[in-house]
Design a protein around this ligand. Structure first.
Ligand code: FMN
Length: 276
């Protein structure tokens, strides 16, 4: 197992930090630096009280203005789980995850509080949707960190939103409550792969946003990634052909050359949000 600083260097390349002032790397940092998604699980069950504890840890994370506009829905019902598996059947690992939870943005409670307190909800615009989304995303991340600290593995599932209307119906989500992502959780069959990230020179800015040399940095990142872990397959070869140096930027450009979730905005509006 490489040490903490080597792990950072392997992930971010040259320019990764090599010290942290008077703070020494600790176990939590080592885990965070080396983490990766897990999509292969053992058959061992994850106890319900462990999942409940992870929910509590997740919801201990920061929340905008203390508004607590996120909830977690644990899918225990076998029929509901089977339907979700079916909807997401092009991700064949999902049925193998012993636990499946859904992270929800919940702006409903906030509106209910206004009603109960006899105050107008004077912020019925994009911010309402955005704040709940951010809160739910923070909770998702905190859940993963807590789960990984317990030795579990997990993988978020945004393809759930490809079926937002049916999932919403299945899980009984009322107006102003919406899924941001699912999360498959279980005991890893093998540790998650520590994937390489874009260099910190171009993802951490000081005082002013800069993108000088970005294209060259992305090219170098593509090459570095290709050297360590080349993509096993290329997307949509029929349309775009085989690329001789298929890297991250080619993969992402191909991925989003295909329309995805074009009905998401309409779904969110049907949930009662104004997106102006
Ligand atoms: C919000 C979110 C949604 C994701 N949705 C999916 C998904 O639908 N299916 C999937 O297999 N992986 C999904 N992932 C996992 C990402 O593909 C994975 O995190 C990414 O490839 C980076 O890998 P790493 O987390 O191991 O560094 C999602 C991750 C996030 C954060």
């Amino acid at each position: 197992m490489p040490d903490f600083w080597t792990t950072l260097k392997n992930r971010f390349g040259a320019g990764a930090p090599v010290s942290a002032g008077r703070v020494e790397p600790n176990e939590a940092w080592v885990r965070m630096a080396s983490r990766g998604v897990v999509r292969r699980f053992t058959d061992e069950a994850v106890p319900a009280d462990l999942v409940d504890t992870l929910c509590a840890l997740s919801l201990s994370s920061p929340t905008k203005s203390d508004l607590q506009q996120r909830d977690i829905l644990i899918v225990e019902d076998q029929a509901k789980r089977a339907r979700i598996n079916e909807l997401l059947s092009d991700q064949e690992w999902i049925p193998t995850a012993p636990v499946f939870v859904v992270f929800l943005g919940n702006n409903r409670r906030h509106r209910q509080v206004h009603e109960w307190r006899g105050k107008p909800f004077a912020n019925d615009h994009l911010d309402a949707f955005f704040n709940a989304t951010v809160d739910a995303a923070i909770a998702l991340s905190a859940f993963c960190t807590a789960a990984e600290a317990a030795g579990l593995g997990c993988c978020p599932v945004s393809v759930l939103r490809d079926h937002a209307a049916e999932v919403s119906e299945l899980l009984g989500l009322p107006d102003h409550v919406f899924p941001i992502a699912g999360l498959g959780v279980g005991w890893p069959r093998q540790p998650g792969w520590t994937s390489l990230r874009l260099p910190l020179t171009h993802t951490v800015h000081r005082d002013t946003f800069k993108e000088d040399g970005l294209r060259e940095a992305v090219d170098a990142y593509d090459a570095r990634r290709h050297g360590v872990a080349p993509y096993r397959s290329q997307r949509d070869v029929e349309q775009w052909g085989e690329h001789p140096a298929y890297g991250w930027s080619e993969d992402k450009a191909r991925q989003y050359a295909v329309p995805q979730r074009t009905d998401w905005g309409a779904f969110v509006k049907r949930k009662g949000f104004k997106l102006q």
